[in-house]
Each structure stands twice: as C-alpha cells, then as structure tokens.
Design a binder for this molecule. Structure first.
Ligand SMILES: *Cc1c(COP(=O)(O)O)cnc(C)c1O
Length: 456
C-alpha cells in the first residue's frame, strides 16, 4: 500500500504505461490519450497543492474517463415516472413508423428532388401537404422548434414595428424562453395591453395604429389564470385585425390536433380551432402533444407562409432531413386516422386506470417480493403542457426499506443500471408508473429491478 502512494510528480506513472493499461482493456490510444492527459494534469495539480495520489485510483480514473468518452450516447432509458412528455428524457416518444422513416432518410434521399421530372423541390413540400390536410390551413412550413418559429414569424412580419399582446400572455414558457425577450431579439416592439388577469377587445382596438404589424396571442401553456379573468378569443382578435389588415399570430405551443377531453383532460386549444378562427399563422411544437420530433410547425395563410419562405432566416432555421422524415410519418398517422393507436404520446395519455392497474399488478406478482403493492397514483402530461392535468393511474410501489435500502439509493441504482430506469421517489417509497413504460419494456424493467434490489 505504501508504495502506491505517490507524493512527487516524477513518480506518477508514465503516459506510455497508462496507454498500455488502456490497450489491455481494449481502449484505443486515440481515446485513451485525452483521458490520460486530463487525469495526469489533475494528479500533478493535487501534488503541487500538497496532496498525495494513489496509483490504483489514478489508473481507475483513467479507465473510467476513457470508457465514458467512447460510450455511445444517448442511451435508451425506461421512463417509469409517469410524466408523458418528459423534457429531460427527450419529450415525445416517436412511433415505429417515424423511427423507420428516420433510418430511411439517413442516407441519400429525395429530400429536395422531384424524382418524376428530376427537378429541384422544396424540402418542406411533403410535410406541408399533410399539414394542410390535417389542420385545414392554406399553407404550412416547418422550422427547428416552436421557439424558433415565434422568433422567425416576429422577425419577418414585425421587425421595427409594434406587436400587440395581452399583458396576461407576455409570459415565460420555460427554459428561459420569455416572450418579451424573443420580441426584442426579433426587432419587434411589444405593446402590452389590458391587465394580467383581464383583457377586453377594446384594449386591442384602441392600441392598434399605423405602426402595428400584428396581434399576438400566446397560449399560457404552463400555468392557469383562475378567478376574475377575461380573455379575448382568437376569433375576436381576428375580427379586430381584419378591418385594419392586421394578421393574428397564434402561438399555441403544445399543438394538439385532438380534443384533450378524450383523455379526461381540460380543453387545450387545438390547431384546427385556431385555423378555423382565422389566425394568419398558428405555431406549435412537433414534440409536445402532436407526438412527433422536435420541430416548430407554422400553418396559416398562404401569403404569410410565402413571405416566411422567401426570408433569409428560413435557411438558418430549417429542419434536417431526419426530422422532416419523422414528422412526415407522424402526420401520416393523423391523416389515416390511426393516431390514437400509433402515436405513443396519445396512446400513453389514453391509458385507462384499469390498464395501468393490470400492468402494475403483473409487475408486482412477477417480482414476488414483500413490500411491493399497487397503489392509486397520478401521471402528468409534462413538457410544460396542461400543468394542472391529473391523469389517474396505478403505480407499482416498492417499500425498499424492507430490503435494507433507502428509496433514494435504490433510485440511483436504477439510474445507473445497464438499462437505466427513471422512477419516482415519494415518502421513502419507489413509485413506478406503467403509463410511460413502453409495452415491450416490461421484461427488461423487471430484470433491472431485480438486479437493482439485489433479489434473484
Ligand atoms: C413550449 C412552447 C413554446 C416553445 O416550443 P419548443 O418547441 O419547445 O421550442 C413556445 N410557445 C409556447 C406557447 C409553448 O408552450
């Protein structure tokens, strides 16, 4: 033990020796070198600071760093939290067809080419055709995400001019995305009208003037106003804008194409309602309630969509082929009327309490341990959508203290397992919600649980 303790920089193991150790573990020199440099630099600093370094630990650090560097990423994770659109776990789960389409697009593909005449085509053409069909809008285009879509629309349609918005809608959506800040970046000037809780049509009417570019509505995705409130509908805003030739820009965020009542949730404004009410442009995310890839979808009047397309920012904000492929496949589910079964996000939202109960009971029976029971619980929509929505479910609840473990420690073990599981910890119990565990993941989930709980 004494010999391992290093106190002088010259006694540190050489780079070539560490390379040999890595090579013996099958780690290539190209991967090992940066890890070795980093660990040695850190060790030298420790020695200069008067500390000591253990050779064994130094070697372990090198191996760990090198292994981490070459580990594939991202890793697949089992989401047992019950949060359907879990932002940290990549929001929407894509359908099988969407995944296949992404693979198909990964090589050469007819992204901007019409195969029949060999002419150049637009990359958003095919997705536009489907969006027009499923939303009822005249035209559509797609950018990187909904935040980009709002920035894009304001930059093109309102730069240097005024945008009228209700005070109750100049909000922060999450992750530092604040409507007033986006407005400043786009060069538009925000004109807030009304009050936080009440805004009337007359507030818009008296504020519009020659320098007004558009009326903006932003859906309060992540909070609710309750009590003494009053909002102006998109239809009313359209009526106010019509006489003055001002379009309404409607940022819906979650972008639901189905009435959320079918999930037992409160009504979330749908894209079709916004289009029918006459919004000039309706913006929504691809990876929230639509259940597709990250994208900022813009549907509305043809003239406005064409102006967006002609702007140089269109090139800067465009989507890549893999995203467009996944979006196309997702929209096809809606066109065919098979979205409730095929789009995982909708399937998960629809899961009944009985279904959840049956699965959680099966898990409990197969684990066959004391302290495993099925209890009523609540899943969440997530992704900053429908914040107060309560989706009743049944969860497998594990009292791991009976196994001599704390729930936190157990959750950590599950996170670092070969197939990581994200579970919920509450009242020193481990909660696993079947709603967000994919049907084909049941067996792996049980295997990882047995390992994590050290039961065989
Ligand atoms: C979520 C949200 C956005 C941002 O959408 P991303 O696709 O995450 O960029 C913008 N506006 C509203 C109203 C939202 O709810």
């Amino acid at each position: 033990m004494q010999a391992e303790l290093i106190s002088r920089p010259r006694d540190l193991p050489s780079v070539s020796r560490l390379l040999q150790i890595c090579a013996a573990q099958g780690i290539a020199a190209e991967v090992a070198s940066p890890a070795i440099r980093e660990v040695l630099a850190h060790a030298r600093q420790s020695l200069l600071d008067g500390g000591a370094v253990r050779e064994q630990e130094l070697v372990a650090d090198v191996l760990r760093e090198a292994t981490a560097l070459q580990a594939p990423w991202p890793s697949r994770v089992i989401n047992a939290t019950g949060v359907v659109l879990h932002t940290n776990l990549g929001r929407a789960v894509l359908s099988d067809r969407a995944r296949e389409a992404m693979l198909e697009a990964a090589g050469y593909a007819d992204l901007e080419l019409d195969l029949t005449d060999g002419e150049r085509g637009r990359r958003d053409e095919h997705v536009e055709r489907l969006l027009v069909q499923v939303t009822g809008a005249e035209a559509a285009t797609v950018v990187n995400n909904c935040a980009a879509a709002l920035f894009f629309a304001l930059s093109v349609l309102a730069s240097g001019r005024e945008v009228v918005i209700s005070r109750g809608q100049a909000v922060e959506i999450g992750g530092g995305f604040r409507i007033p800040d986006v407005c400043v970046q786009s060069g538009a000037v925000l004109r807030e009208v009304g009050t936080t809780n009440r805004t009337y049509p007359s507030d818009y009417e008296t504020t519009c003037h020659d320098d007004t570019a558009l009326l903006l509505r932003v859906h309060r995705s992540n909070f609710y106003l309750a009590g003494f409130t009053s909002d102006v509908s998109v239809g009313e805003m359209v009526a106010i804008g019509r006489g003055r030739s001002l379009p309404v820009l409607d940022d819906l965020g979650s972008g639901c194409l189905v009435p959320t009542e079918v999930f037992g949730l409160r009504h979330e404004p749908t894209v079709q309602e916004s289009v029918q009410a006459g919004a000039g442009l309706t913006l929504f995310s691809g990876d929230k309630l639509l259940g597709g890839p990250q994208a900022g979808i813009m549907v509305g009047k043809r003239e406005l969509i064409e102006r967006l397309r002609r702007h140089p920012l269109a090139r800067a904000l465009r989507c890549d082929k893999v995203t467009l492929a996944a979006l196309h496949a997702t929209l096809l589910h809606y066109l065919r009327g098979e979205h409730m079964e095929q789009v995982p996000t909708l399937r998960m939202l629809r899961m009944s309490v009985d279904e959840g109960g049956a699965r959680a009971s099966k898990w409990a029976a197969q684990l066959g341990i004391l302290g495993a029971e099925v209890r009523p619980a609540v899943s969440a929509v997530g992704g900053g959508s429908l914040p107060d929505a309560e989706l009743p479910t049944r969860a497998l609840v594990l009292d791991v203290t009976r196994l001599g473990l704390s729930a936190e420690e157990c959750a950590r073990r599950l996170r670092v397992a070969s197939r990581p599981i994200m579970a919920r910890v509450e009242s020193d119990l481990l909660w696993l919600d079947p709603r967000t565990v994919q049907p084909e993941e049941d067996q792996v989930l049980l295997d990882v649980l047995r390992q994590g709980l050290s039961i065989s």
